[in-house]
Write a protein that binds this ligand. Structure first.
Ligand SMILES: Nc1ncnc2c1ncn2[C@@H]1O[C@H](COP(=O)(O)OP(=O)(O)OP(=O)(O)O)[C@@H](O)[C@H]1O
Ligand SMILES: [Mg+2]
Length: 265
């Protein structure tokens, strides 16, 4: 299983939606994910699709509203969520991975009750906070050599559907599944600090300070909060890295520096 002959390393890769918008970048990432699965053992992918959602809604005359980086989710937005996140974005990614030789299976947090959620805040509508992860489906698929591709939509035991920030979904899956490593691949070179350049390393307390001081905002604010949660939940390695950089997953899995490595402190 693992390239070192030991137990398989479990790696969760979170792909930001923008990376999937460009066919060339999607192809490169899928080829790298294929190599990662072959060398590391078990890989699960969680993907976003925020930009695709905004585009889909604006084409239909619906304006996107965000509070603290989270999309306000009315019933119309839930319908779009299923069409875009669990539909086109998820299946196009699964299809590209299959083309790269990976036995990818596109699912969401709804499937097999992988991610159960509750309403986060009534002002945000159907935005969910994950309350429980049932990782059996990830273990079953990965154990049999498949690669789960998870859209960031969650459910609950009464049949409700929730929009979950993809970074929070990645962290919940990483913690529940027992991932050793969590790589957030995004559309910037890392977490930019006060001088506007990407930081090589960032502690959880410094991340909170960047949020407090308005340096990390919007999607990065949500990502840093999620990354801090991952560290709290015992994920050993958490990196926020540029998905567009050449051979980024090869670099990270070789233990070489790239993007911003997060640490507890
Ligand atoms: N300090 C910062 N450093 C880097 N990026 C920042 C910072 N503050 C805000 N950002 C914004 O955060 C964005 C990344 O978050 P975003 O949610 O857009 O992407 P993602 O999480 O990778 O994709 P998705 O939400 O589709 O899963 C960057 O494109 C940038 O505009
Ligand atoms: Mg985001």
């Amino acid at each position: 299983m693992g390239g070192n002959g030991g137990a398989a390393v479990k790696i969760l890769v979170k792909l930001g939606g923008t990376l999937l918008d460009d066919p060339a970048s999607k192809l490169r990432l899928c080829q790298q994910i294929a190599r990662l699965q072959a060398s590391a053992g078990q890989v699960t992918v969680v993907h976003g699709g925020g930009k695709q959602m905004t585009r889909f809604l604006s084409e239909r005359g619906v304006e996107s509203k965000f509070v603290g980086g989270l999309r306000v989710t009315s019933p119309d937005v839930v319908d779009a969520l299923l069409k875009v996140f669990t539909g086109s974005v998820n299946k196009e990614l699964a299809s590209a991975l299959v083309a790269a030789g990976v036995r990818a299976v596109g699912i969401s947090g709804i499937d097999a009750a992988l991610a159960e959620a509750e309403q986060l805040n009534p002002e945000l509508g159907q935005v969910g906070r994950i309350t429980k992860v049932n990782p059996e489906i990830l273990d079953t698929l990965c154990g049999a050599g498949f690669l789960p591709v998870v859209a960031c939509v969650a459910g609950d035991r009464s049949g409700a559907i929730y929009n979950v920030n993809a970074d929070q979904m990645a962290v919940a899956c990483a913690a529940g599944w027992g991932a050793d490593k969590l790589y957030f691949l995004t559309d910037v070179d890392g977490v930019r600090g006060r001088d506007g350049t990407a930081l090589a390393e960032l502690s959880s307390s410094d991340a909170q300070a960047l949020i407090r001081d308005g340096i990390a905002t919007g999607g990065m604010q949500a990502k840093l909060n999620a990354a801090c949660d991952a560290l709290e939940h015992g994920v050993g390695e958490v990196v926020i890295a540029p998905g567009a950089a050449e051979d980024i997953l090869d670099t990270l899995s070789a233990g070489q520096p790239a993007g911003t490595r997060m640490y507890k402190g």
